[in-house]
Design a binder for this molecule. Sequence first.
Ligand SMILES: N[C@@H](CCC(=O)N[C@@H](CS)C(=O)NCC(=O)O)C(=O)O
Length: 225
Amino acid sequence: MRKFTLISHPLCPYVQRAAIALGEKGVPFDREFIDLDNKPHWFLEISPLGKVPLLLIEESGQQTALFESAAICEYIDETQAGAKLHPHDPLIRARHRGWMEFGSSVLADLWVYETTSDLEVLKARGKAIASRFRTIEAELSGGPFFAGEGFSLVDAVFAPIFRYFDVFDAIGENHIFDGLDRVQKWRSALAKRPSVRQAAADDYHARLVAFLEKHQSVLLRASTA
Ligand SMILES: N[C@@H](CCC(=O)N[C@@H](CS)C(=O)NCC(=O)O)C(=O)O
């Protein structure tokens, strides 16, 4: 019997990917939250990059630490029962891996977008993110999910990205999804998915606002309209 523990941070979108994949497969797991500003010694010893998520797997007295969210998600998909989260066809699977990486590039833009105290930087990153979503709009078809009816790891990557905007939209207008009907429908379908809802803490919104305040984010005082 394997025991899973997800080493987490409450705001980390990469952690949420792994939690969503575990949730989709109905796998019970424990979560342990760490302070990334004061990383515990035991964590640094087992995390090669010093980053969350880590998935600790205990089996027959042995513990293995998996790192990197994409590797963790694929391991979960390959070893746990339930609907497959990666396509069977190698060509389509490779495309999905590409879109997962695309999601990581959106996260890189989002980091600057949410932490900058410079309005011009905020506007430029907002445009860059909107452009990324226009690219995705062209890739989406009937929905409700990225690849249609079946939930995939690409959905697990984008659900935490959309969760940021649930908070940003409550702060002010950003127009990032204007005119992107398919992206907006995809975003709403993901927000309703139980695995997505359960992947973040109940106080996520308040924590993200506190994070923005800590960084003196210009998002808190300016609309990019
Ligand atoms: N490529 C990694 C990125 C993980 C990542 O950037 N995690 C952040 C938190 S969201 C982290 O642990 N940062 C701590 C640090 O870089 O010191 C993955 O996909 O797992």
